[in-house]
Design a protein around this ligand. Structure first.
Ligand code: 0PR
Length: 385
């Protein structure tokens, strides 16, 4: 049994013990983590966290400056996503952002048996939203290229539908759905469209600027009412930092509760968490200012080029095959005896996971060509046996 310590240990002792215990963890700088959507945070962001670790966005009356910075961050993200005036928050991640969007859609629709239509490729955070909010999930089929079948989405619209979800960068394959078609559909039926760009939000705008042919996915499209965009994925920000951006104030109003006794007087909270880290929002603001569009474009350029190269390498292998051509910086492949291959790769220290019938490699900024070359050598050896 682990007991509550009676007497404290010295700082040195406790740090030593912690270090020993954490030797089990894989680290990003080892180059072994190939399947994660997170990365080592930008050094400037780390500095911000240590400087402003005490800031609490749950009490904006105390931390007035931090609240203004959060608001500016939301505006900058809105601007990146082609919105003049944005409403939203920096939240704990894509899960909270998606839950907030579903909550806003449900509260505004006010139907007795709410239903949400979403692609079969949607992230499991929607399962949590469904259970907590009592919203039934209606799954739409995928096309052969793993994008959502828009005709099937249309067929599934009923009087109970509260909204539609499209994905800009699916969790497994990095597929960007046909958001323009979903947007048209949403407008035709007077329904709000939520775009889960938790991953793709910090990739697609920059990839498009680099000339990659990708569909529009943001507020340029009139049917899009909300977007999840996570700084703690390709935004290089420390965990936790997610983003939820709404087109209109009515969505934020629909999920706001009064918090009457705080230092700022009567305020409203639209987030799920109450006390929440200000430092992380400040870190996002700092990174947007420091890296700028050009800085993120450079990061995305490397990641996209590496993905194309890696996909090409997979195609040359005997016993492995691409699931589909990558759209973003995620490359997923299948192999013969997938479970055995996965086990072998893990035994060699690779941080990957095989589920849904493939292994997903995410070209995050910490993943370099030398790591992938080493990985490919191991994979070839394993496939030969
Ligand atoms: N939407 C999409 C499209 C996602 O891919 C994810 C997470 C979420 C929402 C939820 O975001 P949060 O996890 O921030 O709440 N996708 C990753 C995944 O499931 C999360 C992740 C990140 C998993 C790092 C592992 C890992 O090492 O793959």
């Amino acid at each position: 049994m682990t007991t509550f310590p009676e007497k404290g240990m010295s700082e040195e002792e406790v740090l030593n013990e912690l270090e020993k215990r954490l030797s089990e963890d894989l680290t990003f700088d080892s180059g072994k983590i190939l399947g994660s959507m997170c990365t080592y945070p930008h050094p400037l962001a780390q500095k911000i966290i240590s400087l402003y670790i005490d800031r609490n966005l749950g009490d904006p009356g105390l931390h007035v400056g931090s609240r203004k910075i959060e608001e500016e961050t939301v505006q900058m993200l809105g601007n990146l996503l082609h919105l003049n005036k944005a409403y939203g928050n920096i939240v704990s991640g894509g899960t909270e952002a998606n839950i907030l969007a579903v909550r806003a859609f449900r509260n505004i629709a006010d139907v007795e048996n709410p239903e949400l239509i979403l692609p079969e490729s949607a992230h499991f955070s929607f399962l949590k939203a469904s259970e907590m909010l009592k919203v039934k999930l209606v799954w739409a089929e995928l096309n052969d290229d793993y994008s959502v079948n828009v005709r099937d989405v249309e067929n599934k619209i009923t009087d109970n539908t509260i909204g539609i979800v499209g994905i800009a960068g699916t969790t497994g394959l990095g597929v960007v759905d046909d958001i323009p078609a979903l947007s048209d559909l949403a407008q035709d039926y007077g329904l709000p469209l939520h775009v889960d760009a938790a991953f793709g939000g910090f990739v697609i705008p920059f990839a498009k600027a680099l000339g990659y042919d990708l569909p529009d996915f943001d507020f340029k499209l009139k049917g899009v009412q909300s977007i999840t965009i996570d700084p703690h994925k390709m935004g290089m920000a420390p965990i936790p930092a997610g983003g939820i951006i709404f087109r209109k104030k009515k969505f934020i109003d629909a999920i706001s509760v009064p918090a009457p006794y705080l230092a700022g007087g009567q305020i409203f909270q639209a987030t799920i968490t109450g006390t929440r880290p200000g430092a992380n929002a400040l870190a996002v603001w700092t990174l947007l200012k420091h890296l700028g569009f050009e800085g993120y474009k450079k990061i995305v350029k490397e990641a996209m080029e590496l993905s194309r190269w890696f996909a090409g390498q997979i195609k040359t292998l005997n016993g492995a095959y691409l699931i589909r051509e990558p759209m973003l910086n995620i490359v997923s492949f299948g192999t013969k005896e997938l479970e055995k291959v996965e086990k072998e790769l893990k035994m060699r220290g690779w941080g990957i996971s095989a589920h849904r019938g493939y292994i997903r490699i995410v070209m995050m900024p910490h993943v370099k060509k030398i790591h992938l070359e080493e990985f490919l050598r191991d994979l070839k050896e394993i496939l030969k046996v």
